[in-house]
Design a protein around this ligand. Structure first.
Ligand SMILES: [Zn+2]
Length: 279
């Protein structure tokens, strides 16, 4: 059900291309009203009270820079990285990246960052899609999804709701969409305009519990292919993990030490690693 609605939200044709100067509007005041005569050639439906949602900027999850294997049968063997503690840590990350659905495994990999959203519904866009005033904390490595503070967003809800409802949900970011609508909220009420807003799909994540971890391990043993993407610190190649680089000084015995910009002098850089789990 959720995925059908997600498709309804996102598989519409990429028809409504917009001038670049309108790309990154983030406030209601940035909204572009339709020409007063309603004769804009790119929008023959200007006077019709329809809602058109088109993908505007798809999100991109980080690609794994390295792939490694976590072998359950090596668990807690001396010298192996497969420890109970590491398994728990990776499972916690795994659970936070999975959304519950009707698939045989019971969950699927989230295709966007998950965050908690406080919202108040402003306008019903049909098919359980709403324009909402919303706030959410940043999510993803390096805050790839910026926090929203009293920001308008498009929400695709799990259950029917009505304008004025407010609440809290777990949302999966599905990118930015362009919404063409006739506004029904002040101060824009009655105006035909296009808003570009972050869109979220309401979802439930996998439970991070001992039982969940047990089922996770059983699925791996049964041969289900499961992976998790995490960001792990590795030694900085530029400075060899020292946090600085050496610069020989003419006539001096001691090299000058320059702080390493690559790792901000920490000696470590964070890279995306995909861990595959095998029996
Ligand atoms: Zn470095």
């Amino acid at each position: 059900m959720k995925f059908r609605l997600l498709l309804a939200l996102l598989t519409l044709p990429l028809a409504a291309q917009t001038p670049p100067n309108n790309l990154f509007g983030t406030k209601a005041s940035d909204a572009q009203p339709a020409p007063a005569d309603g004769s804009a050639p790119e929008d023959p439906e200007a006077s019709v009270n329809t809602v058109v949602i088109t993908p505007f900027r798809l999100l991109a999850l980080p690609n794994a820079k390295m792939v490694r294997t976590f072998q359950l049968s090596k668990l807690n063997r001396i010298g192996s990285f497969e420890t109970t503690k590491e398994l728990q840590r990776l499972y916690t990350a795994f659970a936070s990246q999975r959304i519950l659905d009707g698939s045989p495994v019971g969950s699927s990999r989230a295709t966007g960052y998950l965050t908690t959203i406080n919202y108040s519904l402003l306008q019903d866009l049909g098919d359980q899609r709403f324009l909402a005033r919303a706030a959410w904390p940043a999510a993803g490595p390096n805050d790839a999804l910026a926090a929203g503070v009293d920001t308008m967003a498009v929400l695709l809800l799990d259950k029917p709701a009505k304008v004025g409802d407010s609440g809290k949900l777990t949302g999966m970011h599905v990118g930015m969409v362009a919404v063409r609508l006739s506004a029904e909220f002040p101060p824009l009420a009655g105006r035909r305009l296009t808003l570009r807003r972050e869109a979220f799909l309401e979802c439930a994540t996998l439970e991070d519990s001992p039982g969940g971890l047990q089922r996770f391990a059983e699925a791996i043993v049964a041969g289900v292919e499961l992976t998790v993407l995490t960001h792990e610190p590795i030694s900085c190649k530029t400075c060899g993990g020292l946090g600085f680089t050496r610069e020989p000084q003419k006539g001096q015995l001691v090299d000058k030490r320059n702080p390493c910009a690559e790792c901000a002098s920490t000696g470590k850089v964070s890279i995306a690693i995909e861990t595959k789990f095998v029996p």
